[in-house]
Design a protein around this ligand. Structure first.
Ligand SMILES: Nc1ncnc2c1ncn2[C@@H]1O[C@H](COP(=O)(O)OP(=O)(O)OP(=O)(O)O)[C@@H](O)[C@H]1O
Length: 540
């Protein structure tokens, strides 16, 4: 179809057309104003005979979305001559144009604050659409636009030409899945692997996966690899995009990013066809990530991003209750410590024979006497008087901080019973939520290894620690190798004769999970952890 503006009348219904705002595959969109009250709107025009009458589809979807936050208002629709038109709220820039502008300014990727804001708002928009039984089916940067002043901090969803109801209005049932391959519908960059590469029927999970890929794209220097050669001009180029998208593992796509992005992508891919996603959980995750990174008011999309506040939230914490020391006093204490003869050696947990008396379980979390003075990684650690610090964010405890707290419980443990409790809590926490072992999960295993091997020494991060680049650069091992090793560990943990033996099993467990694709804990893995807790009780 030719989108010839000369052929389009200057007036449609009660609106005078002005500049063209954009044009897509199926038509054009103009700025327009009402002939009587002068209100500005956006007017979408399409040839009535267009082979893909997306304006008509949109016309049927808009009424379902009216009143929802971030949903444009439909003011009017109709036919003028050979043109079908939709009159909708006039909006500002699309995220695509903001992203490109940012690239032109020399930024290879978007800043974390903006991406968290986009994530929170886009997930909220999908929640509204899905609650109203509508799938978007074409999530991309060009289909998200910010409002005009005073709504420039709100992200709107646009372009419902591919949208569809997923609940049958008559039977009230979810649309059926199908084994038959369908033609791909959506966009090259972000449409989910299931829909794009496997020809599956789109459902809520696919809108969410497209959003996840879009967030990851924004944080990837230069964007996702398969977007870099532009729109494919041949079938073979399109096949290359599909292959690259299908083969890209979440941990590779999200390398160097906060773990929330990898976990969100994995979560979307684990959802079943008709499952309702947990939108609130993921909005909270991105909100907490932003707050932990020192950003405030992140639910507002502020562009350009405001300068990062110098006062990080971690700093705004209650003053320590312990007495302060001046520099001279501190120097004296350090000199005295240096002169101390540590003989006989401090009792260590790894060797049960030299622990003078078994500590009671309620003493388990008794704090140590020496407090780290400079290690900033200790934030969130219980205060020396045993009182936990107030939570940093009122939202809820995030996975990372929860795992960090468990790690501190391990480091503060003075007997095996306390270690067993920490392992039980760790196991339960992962069973209830994401089963992916993040860097905080590996840090927990590291702490456990250290306590079991010899708690009196400082150890450098062990082989259980997850490395951002898989330091040996090896490809992940095949799944059967992991399954075999974990099954063996599960068997051996029940008969381990000492903490030292348990330490080695923990190290092997960390190493095999680190090398596996996905770094998820399997059923056998959970059985291993449960067996470990039981053995720690037995060896107490
Ligand atoms: N309400 C609006 N206010 C301002 N600009 C808009 C509005 N809606 C769309 N645009 C601009 O027009 C472009 C095309 O709009 P839209 O995606 O709705 O049209 P389309 O013909 O369905 O496009 P596509 O072929 O990309 O699906 C958008 O990327 C945006 O820049």
């Amino acid at each position: 179809m030719a989108h010839n503006s000369h052929a389009i009348p200057r007036k449609m219904g009660n609106y005078w057309l002005q500049d063209r705002l954009g044009s897509g595959y199926s038509g054009s969109i103009f700025k327009a104003y009402h002939v009587h009250d002068g209100t500005f709107v956006a007017l979408k025009v399409q040839d009535v005979d267009h082979e893909c009458p997306t304006n008509r589809y949109e016309q049927s979807i808009y009424p379902l979305l009216q009143g929802g936050e971030g949903m444009p208002r439909l003011w009017a629709s109709g036919i003028e001559g050979r043109w079908h038109y939709l009159v909708i709220s006039l909006l500002g820039k699309s995220l695509d144009s903001i992203y490109r502008q940012n690239l032109q300014l020399g930024h290879q990727r978007m800043d974390l604050r903006s991406v968290c804001s986009i994530a929170i708002q886009v997930i909220a928009r999908l929640q509204i659409m899905h609650n109203r039984e509508v799938l978007h089916r074409d999530i991309q940067l060009g289909n998200c636009a910010i409002g005009l002043k005073p709504e420039e901090e709100t992200i709107y969803m646009i372009d419902f030409g591919f949208s569809k109801r997923y609940i049958d209005p008559y039977t009230r049932r979810h649309i059926p899945d199908s084994k038959q391959k369908r033609d791909f519908l959506g966009n090259y960059w972000f449409t989910s692997v299931n829909v794009h590469c496997k020809g599956k029927v789109p459902s809520r999970r696919d809108d969410l996966e497209a959003a996840a890929l879009m967030f990851i794209h924004l944080l990837t220097p230069g964007g996702l690899a398969w977007t870099r050669n532009g729109v494919p001009k041949s079938d073979s180029a399109h096949d290359r995009i599909k292959r690259a998208k299908k083969n890209a593992r979440p941990e590779e796509l999200c390398r160097g990013m906060p773990s929330e992005f990898e976990e969100f992508l994995r979560y979307c891919r684990r959802l079943s066809f008709s499952e309702c996603p947990d939108y609130d959980k993921w909005k909270d995750e991105f909100q907490a990530l932003a707050e932990d990174s020192g950003f405030t008011d992140v639910e507002r999309f502020i562009w350009p991003p405001p300068p990062v506040s110098k006062v990080q939230p971690q700093v705004v914490r209650p003053a320590p209750t312990r007495p302060t020391m001046d520099t001279d006093e501190m120097e004296n204490v350090l000199n005295d410590l240096a002169k101390l003869q540590l003989d006989p050696p401090r009792p260590i947990l790894g060797d049960q024979t030299n622990v003078p008396a078994p500590a009671r379980k309620d003493n388990a979390k008794k704090p140590r006497d020496i407090i780290s003075l400079s290690d900033s990684s200790e934030e969130g650690r219980p205060k020396p008087n045993g009182q936990p610090l107030p939570p940093r964010t009122p939202v809820r405890t995030r996975k990372a901080s929860q795992l960090q707290k468990l790690r501190y419980s391990v480091l503060d443990s003075t007997d095996n019973a306390a270690l067993a409790v920490a392992v039980e809590e760790f196991t339960e926490f992962l069973q209830l939520g994401s089963k992916t072992l993040t860097k905080e999960g590996f840090a927990f295993l590291d702490a456990l290894y250290k306590q079991l091997a010899d708690p009196s020494i400082f150890v450098h991060p062990l082989r259980t620690l997850r490395s951002a680049n898989r330091e040996d650069n090896q490809a992940p091992q095949p799944a059967h190798v992991k399954l075999g090793v974990v099954a063996r560990l599960r068997r051996e943990v029940g008969t381990a004769s000492s903490n030292r033996v348990l330490a080695n099993l923990v190290a092997d467990f960390g190493a095999v999970t680190n090398k596996s694709s996905g770094r998820t804990i399997t059923k056998d893995g959970f059985a291993f952890l449960e067996g470990l807790a039981a053995r720690l009780h037995a060896l107490n």
